[in-house]
Write a protein that binds this ligand. Sequence first.
Ligand SMILES: *Cc1c(COP(=O)(O)O)cnc(C)c1O
Length: 497
Amino acid sequence: MTMNYLSTRNKDLRLSAPQAIAKGLAPDGGLLTPAVLPRLPSSAVETMREMSYQQRVVYIMNSFLEGFAASELNSYASEAYGGGKFSHEDVAPVRKLDESTYCLELWHGPTCAFKDMALQILPHLLTASLDKNDEKKTVCILVATSGDTGKAALEGFRNVENTKILVFYPKDGVSEIQELQMVTQEGGNVGVSSVVGNFDDAQTGVKKLFADEKLAAELRERGYFLSSANSINWGRVLPQIVYYASAYCDLLKEGAIAKGQQVNVCVPTGNFGNILAAYYAKAMGIPIGRLICASNQNNVLTDFIHTGSYDRNRTFYNTLSPSMDILVSSNLERMVFELSGRDDRLVREYMSQLAQYGSYRVDSSIRTKLKKEFSAGCCSDEQTKAMIAKMWGECGYLIDPHTAVAFHVLDEYRVQTGDDTPTVVVSTASPFKFCDSVLDALGIKEHKGGLDILDQLAEVTGEPVPMPLARLKNRRRRFEGVVKKDAMKDCVLDFLK
Ligand SMILES: *Cc1c(COP(=O)(O)O)cnc(C)c1O
């Protein structure tokens, strides 16, 4: 098998695709990245135009995954995105809002958030990779979650053979709906436990488990090893490239754009995985113009794109768009690697400055390229709510707070630049996942408790409650466990008896 993945911190390292997916992270701490970015043939968009989403998945992923047969990818794509797993037959539909504004809805999956787009297919890529690497032990995915990722990972790994998954969430750190989504999780290979404390307690606890060599040895005896389903895994970035290509094909099919015409994308950004996938789609040959990076009040990326200085030494804000409350965007390392002309020495230097001082400044050549590809803006909670109200009032389109951040930043970008290029705004969550914020934004002060708030939002707007959330009402609570931070290890040992 060709060794065609390298580390952003060491270009001489070479791993095969199954090794890259199984490892997740390079041994030197760098991110595993294709040694060569495949270029799509000039006929690609024409070819993909008539394809289903699942076929587009195979078409795009095939060129990155040597050692995987197209027939294998076919079956993963249908298991991940077919069979009614997504409530919309187009999987990732594009909705027209006006002559130059389109919304790519990535929340029709089983947990109503865009993490499903990658986490539905990652378990298949991962188990196939382990098999190809001749790994005999069973993988156990450990996740600490502040909400969305844990549920999406549980759904993705549910009943996938040769895998187990154990999710820890902070007792005081997730919403009632998020908690219900997790503790009612079905599947024979899943475990869920709350941890006394906040997200940081849960995350620190999981990091300790990964570093615990005694635990690893004990689990090896029992035939298990631990892994994470982290958003820096190439197996999570790759499936996200597909929906940018897919959206472009759909716009062409509808006659919204002419062949070869550029479209901009505007992406609500946290860990930089989603917008990085748009960059790769562009690098492969999809006609994408500007990449507009939208942040909430945690605007470390806005500053980076404007100034070339990344500085995490700043106040952390809890905002209405919690999945973007991040000060260190791990996937940015791949972007810096690309924009530096793949200079691994430079990446090593910047990342060691980030680890040591919490900041680094890229050189002028990278700054120039950054400005050439990206625009950036940020959005306060007040502006987020105002945008939810505006989109509902003016377009009758109900959006969640993360998506609202993107629409706000796009509005500002258009005023500042006058750029009227057709633009795809990426919508990352169903508004029903954030009922409280959305009702507030619509001016409704009294909110119903528990799951009744779903019906309240449905009554106010006339929009249907998404099935996966509506179904929570009839679900049995399966997991009641609460552990102290020090007892997480026992919880793992108990789970993998
Ligand atoms: C994870 C997430 C994001 C941020 O995506 P990144 O790939 O981390 O930039 C935005 N919105 C929602 C709803 C998310 O769950």
